[in-house]
Design a binder for this molecule. Structure first.
Ligand SMILES: Nc1ncnc2c1ncn2[C@@H]1O[C@H](COP(=O)(O)OP(=O)(O)OP(=O)(O)O)[C@@H](O)[C@H]1O
Ligand SMILES: Nc1ccn([C@H]2C[C@H](O)[C@@H](COP(=O)(O)O)O2)c(=O)n1
Length: 227
């Protein structure tokens, strides 16, 4: 597909800051935003509501086709995710939903069922999207590609702070284990594994604040955004 509508892909492991940075960059550019992980999380949550076992690939694939996901902006500018008509934003952000999404995401037919839904977000004036395979599989022709990383310890610390601010009590050790397990599963699967696209710009955000990362990403786009 020709690069008519510019796309900026931001891939990376869990807790590297993809969602935070993508949302801020999309806002600054005035572009659309797709949180591709939310689609996998939505299928996981919908499967849970329907009592589907995470080992039942056939039922999970059917559930993927049956799950309606809508993104809406709340009055405070927050993005809400509506799954089959129910606001599931908070449930989607739990570690349980993340782990379920990671398991489901290893099923090739689930990924295939979500492919066109993700591509449909490519609308003028541009799209910023984050996930694991945005630059490698979903938008291989994206004009800008970033691969965000940070040490596993820093990612666990960020998640710890985030959960603590929401009143969720978790241990650093437990979080670190969950993060490493999710990285291993996402990078180790045979279909669309987590990996940087060959033409992605790598940004290690360890020790870098959110604003600094946003500026680095915007600096990649700014020189060519008007072309
Ligand atoms: N550069 C940064 N410095 C400090 N904190 C950050 C940075 N980037 C993101 N954070 C914080 O880290 C936490 C995790 O960020 P975020 O949810 O954006 O990561 P993610 O890569 O999208 O994770 P996941 O893949 O699990 O959805 C958030 O609380 C966010 O505010
Ligand atoms: N493009 C994507 C996006 C997400 N996934 C899977 C793997 C993740 O562990 C899980 C949750 O994603 P997150 O919300 O943490 O970004 O969903 C994927 O395989 N491909």
């Amino acid at each position: 597909m020709p690069d008519i509508v510019p796309v900026l892909t931001i891939d990376g492991p869990s807790g590297s800051g993809k969602g935070t940075i993508s949302r801020l960059v999309a806002h600054r550019l005035g572009w659309h935003y797709l949180d591709s992980g939310a689609l996998y999380r939505a299928v996981g949550v919908a499967a849970g509501w329907a009592g589907i076992d995470l080992d039942d690939d056939g039922a999970l694939v059917r559930c993927t086709f049956d799950t309606q996901v809508d993104f809406t902006e709340a009055g405070d500018g927050e993005l809400r995710v509506i799954v089959n008509g129910t606001d599931a934003t908070d449930e989607l952000r739990t570690e349980t939903a993340g782990a379920a999404a990671s398991a489901i995401a290893a099923i090739p037919q689930v990924r295939a069922a979500l492919r066109d839904r993700q591509r449909a977000f490519r609308q003028p004036p541009g799209l910023v999207t984050d996930g694991r395979d945005m630059g490698t599989v979903i938008f291989p022709d994206a004009r800008y590609k970033v691969f965000l990383t940070a040490s596993a310890e820093e990612r666990a610390e960020r998640r710890h702070k985030q959960l603590k601010s929401k009143g969720v009590s978790v241990t650093m050790d437990g979080l670190l284990r969950e993060i490493l397990a999710r990285d291993a599963r996402d990078a180790g699967r045979t279909v669309a594994p987590l990996r940087p696209a060959d033409d992605a710009v790598h940004i290690d955000t360890t020790g870098l604040g959110i604003d600094a990362v946003v500026e680095r990403v915007l600096a990649l786009v700014a020189p060519r955004a008007g072309s």
